[in-house]
Design a protein around this ligand. Structure first.
Ligand SMILES: *Cc1c(COP(=O)(O)O)cnc(C)c1O
Length: 337
């Protein structure tokens, strides 16, 4: 039986065009800044998100961790949504790497409320620790891939009162395709932005961090400290360039397919109060008492999903999934016992 793999948008296989680009990529030693393909990738990303410079890293976690390192001091506080990746899915990396703590706010709706941020900053006057950074996530994975509006981003940046804001845009392009916003416009209010090439864009490896040139120079040093400086990295930058320049518009197909799954979930599990209209990108996330058992049932029928928190099930569409896969997945969902 072939499985329909909706565990994550990280499970994609590189296309034939990506593999041949890898084979023929011009390369050099990136430790010396000599890799032309990598340099092109960093410049392309910086231009798309409207920042001065960019830094290629092996993973999204490393991009977030470098941002934390360059934008905080030990003992500082980062304000972030309680369910965000940098808080809940990096195994405590910010504490371990940068000796910072989080002040978390409610992000169940996908966005952060400016008043919650303002309160934590105001508490500095009440002998509470210095807030050095606000981190947001767009699209916001745990709420079901919620894309932010520009006004929501600007409101958070205003509430930060001049402090830097880092955007975890692992799925930035899902958000921009869903909203029709220009990536540079979305990133203009924030200080730094990270995006993953290895998720919906379908590259095998890699993420990018972008921001002001001085911060990215500091980030290069932190990348070295974390062991993230690589050598003939053009072999992985080449498929990354294809991902970034050719695989963005097609994310709309993933979104349309996720919405079909969302309708099937809502129809089969009315008790979860899941609103299929809340599925605006490529993630279906719903709450159900039997979430783990439902995922196990689906798996024995040939559909792979996952859970991201207790009672929280998730399905993610990506470029390896076609309409026929969605037909089958919807049948399996409808037949859940
Ligand atoms: C996947 C993800 C990351 C981390 O990316 P990796 O490449 O898996 O390290 C960070 N933030 C969000 C929102 C993610 O979904």
């Amino acid at each position: 039986m072939t499985f329909i793999d909706l565990r994550s948008d990280t499970v994609t296989q590189p296309s034939a065009a990506m593999r041949s680009a890898m084979a023929s990529a011009l390369v050099g030693d990136d430790g010396f800044g000599d890799d032309p393909t990598l340099n092109e990738l960093e410049e392309t990303f910086a231009r798309i998100v409207g920042k001065e410079a960019a830094l290629f890293v092996p993973s999204g976690v490393m991009a977030n961790q470098i941002a934390v390192r360059v934008l905080t001091r030990p003992g500082d506080v980062i304000i972030a949504g309680a369910q965000q990746h940098v808080v809940s899915f990096e195994y405590g990396a910010s504490a371990r790497n940068s000796s910072v703590q989080f002040a978390t706010v409610d992000d169940r709706g996908g966005v952060l409320r400016p008043a919650d941020i303002a309160d934590i900053i105001d508490a500095e006057l009440d002998h509470q620790p210095h807030v050095s950074l606000v981190s947001i996530e767009n699209s916001h994975m745990p709420s079901g891939g919620t894309p932010w509006s520009l006004a929501e981003i600007e409101a958070v940046v205003d509430a930060a009162q001049g402090r830097p804001v880092h955007l975890d845009g692992a799925r930035l392009f899902n958000a921009t395709v869903a909203t029709g916003l220009d990536p540079a416009a979305v990133c203009a209010p924030v200080t730094t932005v990270m995006a993953c090439l290895s998720k919906g864009l379908g590259a095998p490896i890699g993420s990018l961090l972008a921001g002001p040139a001085d911060l990215m120079a500091a980030g290069r040093v932190e990348r070295k400290r974390l062991g993230g400086t690589m050598r003939q990295v053009g072999v992985i930058a080449a498929p990354g360039l294809i991902a970034l320049t050719q695989n963005v518009e097609r994310l709309a197909d993933d979104h349309r397919r996720a919405r079909r799954l969302a309708e099937a979930v809502a129809a089969r599990f009315p008790e979860s109060n899941y609103d299929p209209a809340s599925c605006r990108t490529n993630i279906v996330a719903f709450t159900h008492e039997r979430a783990r058992e439902i995922i196990a049932q689906w798996e024995s029928a040939g559909l792979y999903g996952g859970t991201v928190a207790p009672r929280r099930a998730r399905l993610v569409t990506h470029l390896g999934i076609g309409d026929d896969d969605i037909d089958r997945a919807c049948d399996i969902i409808a037949q859940t016992k």
